[in-house]
Design a protein around this ligand. Structure first.
Ligand code: PLP
Length: 401
């Protein structure tokens, strides 16, 4: 495929690796190959670049370098936070609270913990995907030991009231974890002000390399080791450090925080332009997620009377990379748990499309994208018996807006 012609709108899955991150990685992939645990100077250089990245990340969160632990990515950080967090507090109780719209890195880890004797309450969200605070507060029990709520949702972009949830947890001495994989590097986060104890992030979501991330662990939090072996990461996450990836992540963090407001502002402008244009030009569509409290790069729509998978394939044929809210599991096409949690009926959830913007996108690309979606949606609707019925006045539009 000619990449020059391609319109890439799946930046929440992964954006293009920043040239700064690639440059920062190169020396550590070639001449500077020393193991950071070695005594000699070649190893010392690796240690220095790791310390530098750790400091940059700590500063970006208003934390301290000793509170940052490198992992292989967001999934590992989520697993570590929940499993070790639950184990560390099991002497106090076995109840965990999370939300219905978490990433599977959290949801499947909670299911794993349920099989090991923990009880998990999955709190609901409103129609915009915001966690119901009253429901969350009411779910807290004397044996609640851990609350995990994501900072921003990866499908519909909705931002959660993290400060309020952190306060609720802190006042009751409950450990609070947030999966900030989609938010870190895109929005300012102050772990102290938001009463966050544990925070997961991933390098590739902000233009760093894949396979690197970190877990922030507030000083004083008793969290056991996740990988056992060497003394790396203060003896809590053994294994030779991925020095090139850590250097690349450091460069991506430096870039993201150098002009976060400017980058977010530009992103929001293009995001709102795309939302308005889709709403104006394509009938029977619904914006999913909160209109204002959403990630600066997220657009998610359901189009009535169509299949999201067909829309994706046809967009791909026109050189547009996007994603849907459906996940193909064990041969069956399940609608997204997030879209079901915000109250969409199955058939509407199936017709969903996520477009996530990046720094390279232009207004002209948004125009071409809307034109392409419009043509494809019209074509798919012409083939839909449901739409035919609806046009004949026999059906009723459930998600028309
Ligand atoms: N959590 C959220 C909210 C995500 O969006 C993702 C990835 O899409 C992950 C966790 C997993 O991160 P990683 O790919 O670094 O394992």
């Amino acid at each position: 495929m000619d990449k020059k012609e391609m319109i890439y709108l799946d930046n929440a899955a992964t954006p293009r690796t920043l040239p700064q991150a690639v440059q920062a990685m190169l020396p550590w992939l070639s001449d500077n190959y020393g193991n950071a645990s070695s005594i000699y100077r070649l190893g010392e250089e690796s240690r220095k670049v790791i310390s530098q990245a750790r400091r940059q990340i700590a500063d970006s969160l208003h934390g301290e370098p000793s509170e940052i632990y490198f992992t292989s990515g967001g999934t590992e950080a989520d697993n570590w936070a929940l499993i070790a967090g639950a184990e560390a507090c099991a002497f106090k109780g076995k109840h965990i609270i999370t939300s219905k719209i978490e990433h599977h890195g959290v949801l499947h880890t909670c299911e794993y913990l349920e099989k090991r004797g923990f009880q998990v309450t999955y709190v609901g969200v409103d129609g915009n995907g915001i966690v119901n605070l009253q429901e969350l507060e009411a779910a807290i029990r004397p044996d609640t030991i851990l609350i995990s709520v994501m900072f921003a949702n990866n499908e519909i972009g909705t931002l959660q009231p993290i400060g309020e949830i952190g306060k609720l947890a802190r006042e009751r001495g409950i450990l609070f974890h947030t999966d900030a994989v989609q938010a870190y590097g895109h929005l300012p986060i102050d772990v102290e002000a938001l009463s966050i104890d544990l925070l997961s992030a991933s390098g590739h979501k902000l233009g760093g390399p894949k396979g690197i991330g970190f877990l922030y662990v507030k000083k004083g939090t008793k969290l056991g080791a996740f990988l056992h072996g060497g003394a790396q990461e203060q003896g809590k996450r053994a294994g030779t450090e991925n020095v090139p990836a850590i250097a690349g992540l450091g460069a991506a963090v430096a870039h993201a925080f150098s002009d976060m407001e400017g980058q977010a502002g530009e992103g929001e402008g293009l995001r709102d332009y795309l939302i308005e244009k889709i709403e104006k030009e394509i009938p029977y569509c619904r914006l999913n997620g909160h209109r204002e409290k959403r990630l600066p790069n997220n657009v998610n729509f359901s189009f009535q009377f169509i299949e999201g998978e067909s829309l994706l394939i046809m967009l791909d044929m026109k050189g547009i990379c996007a994603s849907s809210g459906s996940a193909c599991t064990s041969g069956a096409l399940d609608p997204s748990h997030v879209l079901l949690a915000i109250g969409l009926p199955h058939e509407i959830a199936h017709g969903s499309l996520r477009l996530t913007l990046g720094v390279d996108n232009t207004k002209e690309e948004m125009d071409r994208t809307v034109q392409a979606i419009k043509e494809i949606v019209e074509k798919l609707r012409r083939m839909s018996p449901l739409y035919e019925d609806f046009v004949k006045g026999q059906g009723s539009p459930k998600a028309a807006s």
